[in-house]
Design a protein around this ligand. Structure first.
Ligand code: DGT
Ligand code: MG
Ligand code: MG
Ligand code: MG
Ligand code: MG
Length: 253
């Protein structure tokens, strides 16, 4: 077939293929969710419906893209881990990244009403995305540990901050000053002695975030084994998690 004289512009397009044999991580993060959470009256420091909606949107993505072996979410972010030998879209980075973030975003909007019965969605949210390659299993584990440690640090800070403001009557500024330079142990102590709160007893989803993995589960009805997406709120920093779920890092052939 004859080509138009415009065809040559195709040559300007570059293929951005991701290095083979590396774990592919796509992390999406809500745009200006500081504002979005305020406008939609998210509970402070943690809104269970908002987190459940994030988990729902991530499950939709995982259901659609079977090469995702694990997803980890906290706050307004989600990380998706694709098997290191995936051939999805010929490992074209931008293709993978944009599909994951746009499907996540449309699912977030699509399922909004299911999680927020009273609060109408006031404007369309957006999520950015980045793709990062990790060559070794240890690098991947350290990446996920980094995100979970971040979840813990932020949650301890936010839990103490909002206790000081909402229960202690401090202004935001006063609470910020009070917490400036404090260690984890100091925050635990403030919660315990001033607000009768043992941080250890806070909900696991708030402290650990959410890990989504695929597990074969026997259906009680039919006795048949089925692959389901299982949400976990566990410590993934310790070896124990990876020993218990050794199939995640194993290459399937
Ligand atoms: P960005 O990502 O640079 O566009 O800006 P932000 O504002 O999204 O900042 P980021 O992603 O560092 O922080 C997430 C914000 O979302 C943070 O201000 C707290 C808010 N947020 C996330 N989850 C909750 C929640 O469950 N409850 C409340 N009240 N706020 C939340
Ligand atoms: Mg954000
Ligand atoms: Mg940010
Ligand atoms: Mg964030
Ligand atoms: Mg097309």
């Amino acid at each position: 077939m004859a080509q138009s004289k415009f065809e040559y512009v195709r040559k300007f397009e570059t293929e951005e293929k991701l290095l083979p044999n590396c774990w592919i991580v796509v992390r999406i993060d809500g745009r200006a969710f500081h504002q979005f959470s305020t406008k939609h009256n998210f509970k402070k420091p943690n809104d269970e419906s908002a987190l459940a909606l994030m988990n729902k949107a991530a499950s939709v993505v995982m259901n659609e893209f079977k090469d995702i072996v694990l997803a980890y979410g906290q706050s307004d972010e989600y990380s998706f881990v694709l098997r290191k030998d995936t051939a999805l879209y010929n490992r074209r980075g931008p293709k993978i990244m944009t599909y994951l973030s746009s499907l996540f975003t449309s699912s977030y909007v699509y399922h909004w009403n299911q999680f927020f019965k009273e609060t109408k969605l006031k404007y369309p949210p957006a999520f950015d995305a980045r793709v990062v390659l990790y060559p070794s299993d240890q690098n991947l584990r350290d990446y996920l540990s980094w995100r979970q440690a971040d979840c813990h640090i932020n949650n301890l800070y936010n839990t103490t901050f909002w206790a000081l403001v909402l229960k202690g009557g401090l202004t935001n500024n006063e609470a910020e000053k009070r917490l400036c330079g404090t260690l984890s142990s100091d925050k635990n102590e403030i919660l315990f002695s001033e607000f009768n709160t043992n941080y250890n007893n806070e909900p696991e989803m708030f402290k650990k975030g959410t890990i989504l993995i695929r597990k074969r589960i026997k259906s009680p009805k039919h006795g048949k084994a089925r692959l389901v997406i299982l949400p976990l709120h566990e410590d993934l920093i310790q070896d124990k998690f990876w020993e218990k779920n050794s199939e995640i890092l194993a290459i399937k052939t």
